[in-house]
Design a protein around this ligand. Structure first.
Ligand code: CA
Length: 709
């Protein structure tokens, strides 16, 4: 029987492969429908047999982001050039991984728009805009972004920023069904890509900076009916626990954590092992950040900062591994996870690998969650290492910043963030987009839970700087300069094989590795680079003039291998702040051998000379302080600092002109600029608040003008 079953699968694969040479026009409705209908369970399970496609977020269920294609190699890469580019006509940061099936590409934009593209020519087939209200961006900690879609049986699935899970007809680009996956009165958002496992669409959400309770859910892919929901942290213990796991988790919390949500959102990483039938999800940080505020008498606070192995049929927790017990630093374990079978001390081990924010690279036994090994892949000072017996970090006694403000490595952004890493079984290395950066952490002594719309609940000095407190700086040496690095990591020996440092343009994108011996990565200055996977030698580079955040992919059509990357820089990412001169429209670039199309020459977003606003205002110091607090809370998120030197996609309010000055109140409270994406704050701010914000802006430009004189 087993043999027969395998035989059927290979017949299926042959049929599927035949679709590469369709008798109907590529890109027609009929073609799209046929190809995405083919993305069924079998095809997802055998993704490695159709290396010409990129069927799901991490290419296959193991999420290794390794393309077996080998037409483009180190020997011929100097002939790699632009085949086509497609301007998506959108602004902002693109973090998406494009999926490609039989010549059709699916990619998402900053406001959860979905684009279907003929990947041969770069022609847009359809666009689906879920019309996310722009005010939702205000409760997205890290910008209005989206990391991509899932494909299954003629449907395209996207998690919209406002918490909807949406199924789109792959042929027509029309809505099939949508369902709201979150409590819209709480500060939930979705930025991660859905996955489809055994007929269920799996989706989590974000919001741990805003006081939510994390969970992940499975929905019937055909109907949108919710099949299961698994919370990651316990709720109010006076109410019945949802599961035994929640009851056990509650024993690791103290105080009244549930009033603050607790955090633990499942906002990005997943992987699936079909043989073990285990779905792995990464769980985020605590809310608020300092444990002392959410669980005052300590505790591990399960299942924050953990990897959970779930039964994909019912969401039941089978095992867990907590990377950062009692998280205190926003050290999420939502970072990309890769499954691989490694030879460790003479034994073939089924492992799961993760480089979470906390700076340690973990290799775990994915059958049961047992610790195998962990070493730091970036400079780390909050813990001196991982106890090899217990798998727990050995924390330094000052790390929890309860009496002093402390400079901690890695920063809250992590040694590694959402940018996917990649594993090349031919070199044996995992390529990690890493960050060597620190943050001075301290308690905000006045923190009170803010459950309002977009209410930020860090609980640290990040919201309330504390100039009187002593700062314990890390004076050890060698200590890295603030930088990004692409790290090639040997997971068996737990050590760095090679690395490339990015000093100024430190934000580095997701990674692709290929059987052509290559590693592809982009940078925030628009560089798109290929390295020799063995030694890190740079072998190819092009500048796309737009900061790159998203992750490159490779696919094949009609025997030709392509490399694609979706680029766009904006709302967040060191916040479109340092590098906004690269904020050109979101664009998909696709490269192949022997082509040399010029990179489009977009005009600068705003190259006209600007004058600092010079309008009279009247305000005392107290009013200005209130204006600053309001500005920080409501405006800074998108507009950033007043009167900075760089140009962004969202206007710098230090340069407002007479028209904006006159209609300032109508813009903020009546939605006058809503066609440009400016939210309406009528439910959040009063006229007096708006006047104070305006005065603060004018006072800031006044001091900047004095500085400049
Ligand atoms: Ca976080």
């Amino acid at each position: 029987m087993r043999f027969q079953f395998r035989f059927l699968i290979s017949i299926g694969s042959i049929l599927v492969l035949n679709q590469c040479n369709p008798s109907y026009d590529p890109g027609t409705t009929e073609h799209i429908f046929k190809v995405t209908s083919q993305v069924n369970d079998e095809r997802l399970l055998t993704a490695d047999e159709t290396p010409g496609d990129w069927l799901s977020y991490g290419r296959n269920y193991f999420e290794d982001r390794f393309s077996p294609l080998q037409q483009i190699t180190i020997a011929n890469i100097d002939r790699l050039g632009l085949a086509w580019s497609l301007n998506l006509g959108i602004k902002g940061a693109l973090e998406a991984t494009p999926l490609v099936v039989d010549g059709i590409m699916y990619v998402t934009g900053s406001w959860s728009e979905v684009f279907a593209i003929d990947a041969r020519k770069g022609e847009l087939l359809w666009k689906f805009d879920p019309k996310v209200p722009r005010i939702i961006g205000f409760k997205a900690c890290c910008g209005s972004v989206n990391r991509g879609v899932a494909l299954y049986r003629g449907m395209v699935y996207v998690g919209a920023l406002d918490g909807r899970l949406i199924a789109i007809d792959a042929a027509s680009g029309k809505l099939k069904w949508e369902t709201i996956t979150v409590d819209t009165t709480a500060n939930y958002t979705i930025t991660g890509a859905p996955r489809v496992v055994a007929g269920n669409v799996i989706i989590g959400n974000g919001g741990a900076e805003y006081g939510v309770r994390g969970y992940v859910s499975g929905y019937d892919a055909m109907t949108g009916e919710q099949k299961w929901r698994t919370y990651t942290v316990p709720g109010d213990p006076d109410l019945p626990f949802e599961s035994k796991a929640m009851e056990e988790a509650a024993a690791t919390w103290t105080g009244e954590w549930w009033k603050y949500g607790g955090g633990g959102t499942v906002w990005d990483a997943m992987a699936y092992d079909p043989d073990l039938d285990l779905l792995y999800v990464g769980v985020g940080n605590g809310s608020p950040w300092p444990r002392v505020y959410r669980s005052p008498e300590g505790g591990d606070n399960l299942y924050l900062s953990s990897i959970l192995a779930l039964d994909p049929q019912n969401g039941e927790i089978v095992w867990y591994y907590q990377t950062t017990p009692g998280d205190n630093w926003d050290y999420t374990a939502t970072q990309h996870m890769i499954l691989a079978d490694l030879n460790i001390e003479g034994q073939k081990k089924k492992v799961i690998m993760q480089a979470p924010k906390n700076g340690f690279f973990y290799v775990l036994d994915r059958t049961n969650g047992d610790f195998i090994s962990a070493e730091s892949y970036v400079y780390v000072n909050w813990a001196s290492g991982i106890d090899q017996q217990t798998g727990r970090p050995i924390e330094n006694e000052w790390s929890r910043y309860e009496t002093k403000d402390v400079q901690i490595f890695p920063s809250n952004v992590g040694g590694h963030n959402w940018q996917p890493m990649a594993y090349n079984p031919e070199t044996g290395f995992v390529y990690i987009p890493s960050l060597d950066r620190s943050m001075v952490f301290g308690l905000d002594p006045d923190w009170k839970f803010d459950d309002g719309f977009g209410g930020v609940n860090w609980g640290t000095n990040r919201t309330a700087p504390n100039p009187e407190r002593e700062v314990l700086e890390d004076a050890s040496s060698p200590q890295p300069d603030p930088q990004g690095r692409l790290v090639a990591w040997d997971p068996i020996n737990q050590k760095e094989a090679w690395s490339v440092a990015y000093h100024e343009n430190w934000w580095n994108s997701g990674v692709l590795t290929t059987s052509g011996g290559l590693v592809f990565q982009g940078l925030c200055d628009g560089s798109f680079i290929a390295y020799d996977a063995k030694n890190g030698n740079k072998v190819w580079e092009i500048n796309l003039r737009t900061g790159i955040m998203g992750s490159p992919v490779s696919f094949e059509i009609d025997g030709i291998q392509y490399i694609s990357v979706a680029v766009g820089w904006g709302a967040w990412a060191g916040n479109g702040y340092q590098f906004t001169e690269y904020s050109y429209p979101g664009t998909v670039y696709t490269f192949t051998l022997g082509k040399n199309t010029p990179i489009p020459d977009y005009p600068m977003p705003d190259s006209t000379p600007r004058n600092l606003a010079d309008f009279e205002f009247e305000a005392d110091e107290e009013m200005l302080a209130r204006g600053m607090t309001l500005y920080e809370k409501y405006c800074n998120h998108c507009h950033w600092d007043v009167a900075r030197e760089t140009v962004g996609v969202v206007p710098d309010l230090g340069y407002i002109n007479q028209g904006t000055y006159n209609s300032f109140e109508a813009i903020v409270l009546e939605g006058l600029r809503s066609p440009n994406g400016m939210p309406n704050f009528k439910d959040l701010l009063t006229k007096e608040d708006v006047a104070e914000i305006k005065n603060y802006i004018l006072a800031s430009t006044y001091s900047r003008r004095i500085e400049n004189e």
